[in-house]
Design a protein around this ligand. Structure first.
Ligand SMILES: [Zn+2]
Length: 240
């Protein structure tokens, strides 16, 4: 199977669904990670160009841990918009990855516009990648795959988890992959926002596990199915 995960920023995919991706990878599925923005505002010390380069390398290292192919779209951080150009970029990623299932942030449910717009552009590309007369560098995808929205940062009161993936055994791998994004761990997130994202990620996955109440399940990632046309019966069976 081919699995494509979209993230707005480098480290978003790790935060939301790296445990689930690890389960796919371990059973031999092909993984593709697409990052819309270049993370070029994520530093107090470096220039935009320097931090973007660092974050590209960190994202590549994280993708390498999974054996995933990385698509680096390179849009300026915090300035992702729904335009003809970005729609075509997302469509072309889908056409190259040829996914059987897509993961993306939910649109219009988060604190960060890049997350929402990434979810929306993925939602558009899911269908439009299969339309031949929308021309990009690559051939149209042969199907419209199901798409799952991954729980947003802070879980959010507008996101109602529907499907739960037990990542108890993958939690340490997920953390290691997340920590590949070393530039974001100390001086940026902690000093800028007073938060430790790694701790929050772990806490949210444990909180989701607690809602399941299944003995032995300590860490969980949660998803909602995109339920617009075309609805694919039994799509949940594609979750690992
Ligand atoms: Zn983000």
């Amino acid at each position: 199977m081919r699995v494509l995960a979209f993230g707005a920023h480098p480290d978003d995919v790790e935060f939301r669904c790296a445990g689930t991706l690890k389960k796919y990878a371990d059973r031999g599925d092909e993984i593709f990670i697409a990052i819309a923005t270049n993370g070029n505002i994520g530093s107090f010390r470096m220039s935009k160009e320097e931090i973007a380069e660092v974050r590209h390398k960190e994202a590549q290292n994280a993708a390498d841990m999974l054996g995933a192919k990385l698509f680096w779209m390179g849009v300026d951080d915090e300035f992702l918009f729904d335009t003809k150009e970005t729609r075509l970029m997302f469509i072309d990623v889908v056409r190259q990855a040829k996914p059987d299932v897509i993961f993306a942030p939910p649109y219009y449910r988060d604190y960060n516009p890049d997350h929402d717009i990434t979810g929306y552009l993925a939602f558009i590309a899911r269908v439009n990648a299969s339309i031949k007369l929308i021309e990009t560098e690559h051939e149209a995808h042969t199907k419209v795959p199901p798409m799952f929205f991954a729980a947003p940062f802070g879980i959010s009161n507008t996101f109602t988890p529907e499907y739960f993936v037990d990542i108890t055994e993958q939690a340490q791998f997920k953390m290691d992959m997340f920590l590949c994004h070393a530039s974001q761990q100390g001086a940026w997130c902690k000093d800028a926002f007073g938060v430790n994202y790694a701790e929050i990620m772990d806490r949210e996955n444990k909180a989701l596990a607690a809602t399941c109440g299944t003995p032995g399940v300590d860490s969980v990632e949660a998803f909602m199915l995109c339920k617009t046309w075309p609805i694919i019966a039994g799509a949940y069976k594609l979750l690992p």
